[in-house]
Design a protein around this ligand. Structure first.
Ligand code: ZN
Length: 490
């Protein structure tokens, strides 16, 4: 099966949509509801026409519309000029423009309920929303558009830090915990490459961290499918991911220097990834143990009321850890191979272990109860498919090979992160978690979600105890030392 698509089809979304509809063996793909993605050096000059097209498509007048420009207070420069002021000036020539600036007094805007309500109120009665900024303001604007019934949403993307611009989800904070929920597709996403290239380097570095999940999560997805826990494994989605990663060997080289051409390629790759998430019917393609690392840190930050680090940066560090976890599992399978019998478990005892793991973090028991339910669901599915587990281990060499064909090895992930100046180890995150917290996160991340990852295999094999976690951390440091020629232990 071949989709016959390339990254250039981003400028022809109908083609992507049609190809996916034609190649949907399990009927799991959603329709692509976004009409345009424009990645260009200067989207300001393209904005008025792009907006007019979407207004007309929504049955609104092409001029004289009420347009809300949704922003946070962060000043965004483009070639030394205030980008938001220029967007407003460009729109005011044709429309009635209202500025909706959302500010919660924090350094980084939080997409929590008061902000979502303020956004929805601010855009009430508008014909269109034009949001300008990064991932959070885009997600807030998507939700505001849905809540207030604003028909048109055009996104001006100013950073390549996440892949959430081009999908129909929003990451919001619910009672302090990050949650990904369905919102809407933007009608058009206009990514301004010059602004993206000039953005603070940590933004692009985070984007590269986020990119790395596509080189480790498919390995977890494969394991979950082989062990009978996940039935969504579809080679078509892997083919789409291959399109996202095409040429990364070359275009990752100039990212740290703000190279325009390479920033454009990263932006396109992330945009394509968003479409895979939005249409694929599963996020397992791009979210395995590396995302668990990030979600666990976010959960701790919200419980302890401490600032969160950037999502993409955490995912990059998590990717190194997840790849190292796989290395350790493979090494231990060589030393003392396990079989299905060795990983058999008592469901109730394990569910209790999941609940107890979060007791110190949340004495109210709410997080523990939530995670216990999710973990119990995962293990129940695993037990129900035990013949698949029994068949897995005798074929270990083949499974190892098939897994490795879907992922980058640890050294390669480190190499790509290093090219973009991305964080590679927990202590490079801002703010950085302590080493103790990092160990706790690695040793307990399997309890957080229904999704099966290498952390589950390690845990059930008895290899995610303190000694097991130490071995994973040591493997990370070993690969980093080999990459930089410096021994951290020295
Ligand atoms: Zn992510």
């Amino acid at each position: 099966m071949s989709l016959g698509l390339t990254i250039a089809d981003l400028s022809n979304l109908n083609r992507i949509d049609a190809a996916m509809q034609r190649n949907d063996p399990r009927g799991q793909f959603a329709r692509l509801g976004m009409k345009e993605v424009i990645v260009a050096d200067n989207v300001l000059e393209l904005l008025p026409e792009a907006l007019a097209r979407q207004l007309v498509a929504a049955g609104k007048p092409a001029s004289g519309a009420v347009v809300c420009v949704v922003v946070d207070p962060v000043r965004i420069l483009r070639a030394g000029r205030d980008l938001k002021a220029d967007v407003i000036a460009a729109l005011e020539r044709t429309h009635r423009v209202r500025l909706v600036e959302l500010d919660d007094g924090q350094d980084v805007l939080h997409a929590d309920e008061p902000i979502l309500q303020a956004a929805a109120k601010g855009v009430l009665g508008a014909d269109a929303i034009v949001s300008v900024g990064g991932g959070t303001i885009t997600d807030v604007a998507k939700v505001a558009s849905v809540r207030s019934g604003v028909p048109v949403h055009v996104v001006i993307q100013t950073a390549a830090s996440v892949d959430g611009f081009t999908d129909n989800f929003s990451v919001v904070l619910q009672n302090g915990v990050k949650k990904t929920s369905l919102s809407r597709w933007p009608d058009a996403v206009l990514a301004d490459v010059r602004t993206i290239a000039e953005a603070p380097p940590r933004m692009t570095a985070a984007g590269m961290g986020e990119m790395m999940s596509m080189f480790c999560a498919p390995g977890d997805w494969y394991l979950a499918a082989q062990l009978g826990v996940d039935t969504s494994f579809t080679p078509v989605l892997l083919e789409l991911l291959a399109i996202c990663g095409h040429g990364i060997e070359d275009w990752s080289r100039g990212l740290a220097n703000g190279d325009l051409g390479d920033s454009e390629k990263l932006t396109r790759a992330l945009a394509f990834r968003g479409i895979v998430t939005g249409t694929g019917g599963t996020t397992a393609t791009l979210s395995g143990m590396e995302h668990l690392f990030s979600h666990m840190l976010d959960m701790v930050a919200s419980q302890t009321h401490t600032p969160m680090s950037q999502h993409g940066a955490q995912v990059g560090v998590g990717s190194v850890i997840a790849a190292a976890a796989w290395d350790v599992f493979c090494a231990r399978m060589q030393e003392t191979p396990v079989t299905a019998q060795d990983i058999a478990f008592d469901l109730d005892a394990q569910a209790r272990a999941a609940r107890d793991a979060f007791e110190a973090l949340d004495p109210s028991g709410a997080i523990g109860a939530e995670c216990e339910a999710r973990y119990r669901a995962k293990l129940t599915t695993l037990q129900a498919n035990w013949p698949a587990v029994e068949a897995f281990f005798p074929n270990w060499p083949q499974h190892r090979q098939a897994h490795d064909a879907l992922v980058f090895d640890t050294a390669k992930i480190v190499e790509y992160l290093s090219r973009a100046g991305s964080a590679m180890r927990f202590d490079a995150l801002v703010p950085a978690p302590s080493e103790d917290l990092t160990r706790w996160v690695i040793g307990n991340c399997q309890f957080m979600r229904e999704r099966f990852t290498i952390a589950d295999l390690l845990y059930l094999a008895g290899w995610l105890d303190a000694e097991g976690v130490a071995r994973i951390m040591a493997r990370v440091d070993q690969v980093l030392a080999a990459a930089t020629g410096v021994d951290r232990a020295a």
